[in-house]
Design a protein around this ligand. Structure first.
Ligand SMILES: [Zn+2]
Length: 178
C-alpha cells in the first residue's frame, strides 16, 4: 500500500490527469510487465506511459524488486515528468523499438514546473530531484544558484505559455489542440 503522503499526492495528480482527458493507473508489478511499456529510467519503482491512451501506469514495486521511495516528492516529480510526456507532448516518447525518441524535453519543462506548483510540491524538492537535469550546452540544474533558478522558472513558464501549455497558470493538455 502507498504511504499516506504518496496516496494524497497521487489523488491530486490523478484528478489533474482526468481533467486533461487521461488517467494515472496503478497496476501490479506483473501487470506492468504485461503492458509492454518501457519503464522510465532512474526510478526504483516502475512508471511508464501509454501515449495513445493518455495513461500513466505505475507499479509500486519495480522489476528489480525495489519499492516506492520514502520521499513522496520524488514519487510526485517522476509522475509529473511522465504526465508531461503524455499531455505536453504530441508524440509518444517511444520509437518503434521502445527506445526514447529524440525529444526536446526542455520544451515541457515549464509544464512540469507549473504542475509541481499546482499540486503544492515544494520547488526546492523539484530542484533537488532534477539536480542532474541537463539544460543544454552541458549546463546542469545543480550548477544554478537561487537567482538563476528563479529566472529559469520565469523563462520556462513563459515558454510553456507561448506553446499553449498553460491556461491561467494551470498546465493544460496540448494533445487535442490544432
Ligand atoms: Zn522523459
Amino acid at each position: 500500500m502507498l504511504p499516506a503522503t504518496h496516496a494524497r499526492l497521487l489523488e491530486t495528480l490523478t484528478a489533474h490527469a482526468r481533467r486533461l482527458g487521461g488517467d494515472i493507473v496503478q497496476v501490479s508489478k506483473q501487470e506492468f510487465a504485461g503492458l509492454g511499456l518501457s519503464p522510465a529510467p532512474f526510478t526504483s519503482w516502475d512508471v511508464g506511459v501509454n501515449h495513445d491512451e493518455k495513461i500513466v501506469y505505475f507499479s509500486e514495486f519495480g522489476m528489480g524488486g525495489h519499492g516506492m521511495p520514502e520521499d513522496a516528492a520524488e514519487f510526485a516529480i517522476h509522475l509529473i515528468h511522465e504526465m508531461a510526456h503524455v499531455f505536453a507532448c504530441r508524440v509518444s516518447p517511444y520509437d518503434m523499438n521502445g527506445n526514447t525518441a529524440g525529444q526536446d524535453e526542455l520544451e515541457f519543462f515549464g509544464w512540469e514546473i507549473a504542475m509541481t506548483l499546482a499540486v503544492g510540491v515544494d520547488l526546492q524538492d523539484f530542484w533537488r530531484l532534477n539536480a542532474d537535469y541537463g539544460l543544454g550546452s552541458g549546463r546542469l540544474i545543480r550548477e544554478l544558484d537561487t537567482t538563476a533558478r528563479q529566472q529559469l522558472v520565469t523563462e520556462q513558464l513563459q515558454v510553456a505559455a507561448r506553446l499553449g501549455m498553460l491556461q491561467d497558470g494551470l498546465p493544460v493538455s496540448i494533445r487535442d489542440a490544432a
